[in-house]
Design a protein. Structure first.
Length: 490
């Protein structure tokens, strides 16, 4: 593609020198990855400014630079007011507007995003459709998996990924959409067909000013569905009607709305819910019929996850009998209420619960079927919302017979200071503080007797612990297996 053609989508910019006939081989925002013929885009981040790496990009073969500042370099400089916004526009152009041809489902909310995306993958695959997924765990195209570094990557990564999905004949893409990504414009250029809202509870107040700001960021996904109607491409907002913020989100979109929930007003509604230690049964009542579900996923929060996925699938025209088969075949999602195998007479469960609401949901579920004591191992991440720390501790003590407070991902904070934030002002005393996470997990497993349940919360699928700026190998599931083995060998 010629540089002039690439820049044709930008209405206003200044050019340091004429360069219309330059051939562009790619677009890149990381100077280390620049190859010959790439346009290098300078992004000013929280800790690194891409403008400082122009010389490296040019040495690597950049044919032009997109920047917000005047630069003195040997290649043409295209100066714009906002390189992040321009990057989304240029990336979409370079990769041929991939989501215009690719049906795209976006899932947003505090909790449940990952589970809903994988439930949708299961449903679409049951319908013999090839899927692509982008989210917390990974990017998947069919059965091929690729690592990602953010729940929702930047616009350049996304447009390239969707282009790759088109090349590999993906029928539908499903993506987790974080509030950070919406606020920062990472999904600009993504043409969503279905937007799903799971729920809203306290999280990310280290980034958002308050809960209203957090809600507003979530609402952008629904506003960005567009303001026009095309019979051949109907768009839907799938909204949890039981969430108190549902009315605001309904007002945020001009598109068709499909609600779900357990209340009588929901269009896709669960009734006759029966929660058990090993299974969940309920009936889904929808505008296109009703069907009974027998699922291996346990807990009421998973009923909501299954309702959200079902409603999104219905909006995509998938028959109820296909949805039923997929939900009943689904075994679970990595790190989401995942039992740890072992030859023992007590249960150990690993879950990603890292917000007050998600921790409460999981502990409520466990208390519903626990025969004896419930132990919970939990911490809070460093460099994140500090106000949720005492809330997490209080919830742990409300539902567990004993809580073990420990490190999560302390990052650049003092782990003990995080623990002090969690325990300050607590009136209850049925807890231990063990800073070392491995020691905390071993302690909880050693406390467990027949019929007890140990919940290890906060990290779920993660295979690392972030201390300072370094990620150390650490997997709650593997450490729990070690602890169980050590207990059996005593």
């Amino acid at each position: 593609m010629k540089l002039a053609e690439l820049l044709s989508v930008l209405p206003f910019y200044n050019m340091s020198q004429a360069a219309d006939d330059i051939e562009v081989s790619g677009v890149e925002s990381d100077s280390r990855n620049v190859a010959v013929g790439n346009v290098f885009i300078c992004i000013e981040g929280f800790t690194v400014d891409g403008h400082d790496f122009v010389d490296q990009a040019v040495r690597n073969g950049a044919c032009a630079v997109l920047a917000e500042k005047e630069l003195n370099t040997s290649v043409p400089v295209i100066q714009v007011d906002d390189t992040s916004r321009a990057m989304a526009i240029i990336a979409s152009k370079f990769y041929d507007d991939p989501t215009r041809q690719l049906p795209l489902i976006g899932v947003t909310g505090t909790n449940g995003k990952t589970t809903v995306t994988y439930l949708l993958e299961s449903i679409f695959q049951e319908y013999k459709k090839k899927t692509g997924i982008i989210g917390t765990l990974q990017m998947k195209i069919g059965e091929d998996a690729y690592p990602v570094h953010n729940t929702t990557p930047d616009a350049l990564y996304l447009q390239k990924a969707f282009h790759q999905m088109n090349d590999q004949n993906v029928d539908t893409a499903i993506m987790e959409v974080s509030s950070h990504a919406l606020d920062m414009g990472r999904v600009h250029g993504c043409d969503f067909d279905v937007a799903v809202f799971t729920n809203l509870s306290q999280d990310h107040l280290d980034y958002h000013q308050d809960m209203n700001d957090y809600l507003y960021a979530k609402s952008l996904l629904f506003a960005q569905l567009g303001n026009t109607y095309y019979e051949k491409q109907k768009k839907y907002a799938v909204i949890n009607d039981d969430d108190p913020n549902s009315a605001f989100l309904k007002k945020s979109t001009a598109q068709h709305i499909l609600t779900y929930g357990c209340g009588h007003g929901a269009q896709v509604r669960a009734s006759d819910i029966n929660l058990d230690v090993t299974k969940t049964t309920f009936t889904i009542n929808t505008p296109v019929g009703s069907v009974e579900i027998h699922s291996n996923l346990i807990g009421k929060f998973n009923v909501y996850n299954m309702l959200a996925a079902s409603a999104a699938a219905i909006s995509a025209g998938i028959p109820l009998e296909v949805i039923k088969r997929a939900l009943e075949n689904m075994q679970g999602v990595s790190g989401r209420f995942q039992p740890v195998d072992g030859n023992h007479d007590f249960a150990v469960v690993v879950d990603y619960a890292h917000t007050p609401d998600s921790l409460e949901n999981v502990l409520q579920t466990i208390k519903g079927f626990a025969e004896n004591n419930v132990y919970v191992v939990v911490g809070c991440g460093g460099d994140r919302d500090k106000t949720k720390r005492p809330l997490m501790a209080s919830i742990a003590l409300k539902y567990a017979d004993r809580a073990i407070f420990t490190s999560d991902n302390p990052r650049t904070e003092d782990p003990q200071a995080i623990l002090d934030d969690m325990t300050e002002g607590l009136n209850e005393h049925h807890y231990d503080v063990i800073e070392n996470r491995k020691d905390a997990i071993f302690h909880a497993v050693n406390l467990a007797a027949k019929g007890d349940i140990v919940l290890i919360a906060g990290k779920g699928h993660e295979t690392y612990q972030e201390i300072g700026h370094t990620r150390h190998d650490f997997d709650d599931r593997e450490v729990a297996k070690e602890a169980i083995q050590a207990k059996e060998n005593q």
